[in-house]
Ligand binder design. Structure first.
Ligand code: CAA
Length: 240
């Protein structure tokens, strides 16, 4: 059975690839965006999929947005918390704003979105939640105390919610991508990026579709015994 899938940060990068993979798997997809209106317009035009605008760091906006999507498309069966930002700086140069913007978008968003979606999943005794973490949440990265902390927290959040959902038919898993060919990674200083790619055993950046295929699998009904897992997609960069 398929149904409605909601992907935050779903109009660009890895989120866009996830939205397309879920659509190919038969879901009615809602992509949520916030920052980039032009990308959302292009996404709607190129894919024919629905894109909704709200701030996933805003608790009330998430409740209203989820109600809006469910009114338009039907009950949400799959939630992919993908929206994330970087504000890289080494700690002593990091502002409080850089810290809290990252925490709000990357972590508060999981609470806000799951709080809006989980009650319906519990009533219907079915749900698939996939939270996007990062290799840098698993191993740490200089310049990313904020981002790595938020992405490590995604892992604890996912494991805990997996325990709460297990006897209600709800699975919760985390996917931890490595460095992929996206605008976020393209923003890394070029010398740093070259050096980073040299540390990836596969010898290249990941493709968004390589992450999306795994998310699509975890979103399937027959993935019901996979829950509380963290699965890396990082070209062998970190295997711990
Ligand atoms: N390891 C250890 N220390 C490092 C370092 C590294 N890789 N890179 C920089 N530093 C240290 C420098 O040695 C220097 O230390 P001291 O002050 O003790 O001398 C300090 O950081 C500041 O260095 P700079 O003044 O040269 O650099 P900066 O302050 O302009 O920028 C930086 C530093 C923000 C870390 C920058 O190098 C950078 O952006 N690095 C990339 C970080 C990164 O990989 N981000 C991933 C983004 S993509 C993503 O997050 C997606 C995903 O999930 C994988």
């Amino acid at each position: 059975m398929t149904g409605v899938a909601l992907v935050t940060g779903g109009t660009r990068g890895i989120g866009r690839a996830i939205a397309l993979a879920l659509h190919s798997g038969g879901h009615r997809v809602a992509a949520v965006y916030h920052g980039n209106e032009d990308a959302a317009i292009a996404f709607r035009r190129e894919t024919g999929l629905a894109a909704y605008h709200w701030d996933v760091g805003d608790f009330d906006a998430c409740a209203a947005g989820v109600a809006h999507v469910e009114g338009d498309l039907g009950p949400i069966r799959v939630l992919v918390n993908n929206a994330g930002i970087t504000r890289d700086a080494i700690l002593h140069k990091m502002s409080r704003e850089q810290w809290s913007e990252v925490m709000r978008t990357n972590l508060d968003s999981l609470f806000n979105m799951c709080h809006a979606v989980v009650p319906g999943m519990r009533e219907r005794r079915y749900g698939r939640i996939v939270n996007i973490s990062s290799v840098n949440g698993q191993r740490g990265q200089a310049g990313q105390t904020n981002y790595a902390a938020s992405k490590a927290a995604v892992l604890g959040f996912s494991r805990s919610l997996a325990l709460e959902g297990a006897h209600h038919g709800i699975t919760v898993n985390a996917v931890a991508p490595g460095y992929c060919d996206t605008e976020m990674v393209a923003a890394i200083p070029s010398d740093v990026l070259r050096a980073t790619i040299a540390t990836i055993p596969v010898g290249r950046l990941g493709r968004p579709e390589e992450v999306a295929g795994l998310v699509a699998y975890l979103s399937r009904e027959d993935a019901g015994f996979v829950t509380g897992a963290t699965i890396a997609v990082n070209g062998g960069q970190w295997t711990g």
